[in-house]
Design a protein around this ligand. Structure first.
Ligand SMILES: [Zn+2]
Length: 255
């Protein structure tokens, strides 16, 4: 049975107050097994997923006006960044979510491009937080769960990630190059591959622990007509000269 977010919030505050699992179960009427599961998954992440679900139901899932009118090229690019290094979290304001994308602080052009795309996808203020070695680009909205319905409990590589049909249309059918640009800019790079210290040639690598996200990368390459192949357990490479040259026309080195 799915529980409303109020139950999860109750359980969380009683746990924070130091009550035992048994006491929390008794006071809230939430079964002890459920309380234990929430503790294992993290009450916060359960709460975010539940709120996102309630939001989608309230909204009439897939019926969001902002999704229907989203600027497609910026969306495809932002989806790539989100799948690579994004997350959606709860805020203190009910029904408001925060999208955050973590980027390497060295790549100022990528940070600026991410910021611009985020502001186009949902027209709210986009903030930048500087952390040691990395920068977080973030924005608040009620609609992030509508934009990225992949949002759920747990790390992306530990759960299935499937694009919805409207996302496939935008990102795989219409703008696979921009999706690839976002994916490479978050979880990939263009570098030199050296062979026995003598020969070197440029290649692209994409690395993500989720089989599904690597599958999305491979499918986007296929749509563009680029050969990409697995290279190690979590990595995919593009190394044929023509393919690298084609990738260079819409990705290029990170900067
Ligand atoms: Zn919405």
């Amino acid at each position: 049975m799915t529980r409303p977010s109020e139950d999860i919030e109750c359980v969380r505050s009683l746990l924070l107050a130091g009550l035992s699992q048994a006491e929390v179960a008794r006071q809230t009427g939430v079964p002890r097994g459920t309380v234990r599961t929430w503790i294992t998954l993290g009450t916060d992440s359960v709460l975010v997923a539940r709120r996102a679900h309630e939001h989608a139901v309230h909204h009439g899932a897939g019926d969001c006006e902002l999704v229907r009118t989203v600027p497609e090229s910026q969306y495809a690019y932002l989806l790539g960044l989100y799948l690579g290094d994004g997350c959606i979290s709860l805020t203190h304001r009910p029904g408001v979510f925060r999208l955050r994308i973590a980027l390497d602080e060295r790549y100022v052009a990528i940070i600026a491009e991410c910021q611009a795309a985020m502001a186009r996808v949902l027209p709210n203020k986009v903030g930048i937080v500087q952390n040691p070695g990395c920068v977080t680009v973030g924005s608040y909205s009620r609609h992030w769960p509508c934009m990225f319905p992949q949002h759920a409990v747990g790390k992306k590589h530990l759960r299935p990630i499937a694009l919805q049909p409207w996302q496939e249309t935008i990102a795989l059918t219409r703008h696979p190059r921009l999706l690839l640009r976002g994916l490479i800019q978050s979880d990939g790079y263009r570098g030199m591959n050296r062979i026995r210290g003598r020969y070197s040639y440029p290649r692209y690598s994409f690395s993500n622990r989720s089989d599904d996200i690597r599958g999305i990368f491979l499918e986007a390459c296929r749509r563009v007509g680029i050969a990409a192949r697995p290279n190690g357990p979590w990595q995919v490479s593009v190394s044929r000269r023509d393919d690298v040259a084609l990738m260079d026309t819409f990705v290029g080195p990170k900067r």
